[in-house]
Design a protein around this ligand. Sequence first.
Ligand SMILES: [Zn+2]
Length: 50
Amino acid sequence: MAKDPVCNMEVKESESKFKSQHGGKTYSFCSEECKETFEEKPEQYAAGAA
Ligand SMILES: [Zn+2]
């Protein structure tokens, strides 16, 4: 399981359609809205991601 860094919801990486790369890592999101939020300020959310 991956964690959506924006809303902290658990997301299955294999099932997520919403992904974004930052700092060499791939982040998965529950929705396009969370993905867009992340992409606006990736440094803010990426720091807290597992
Ligand atoms: Zn989310």
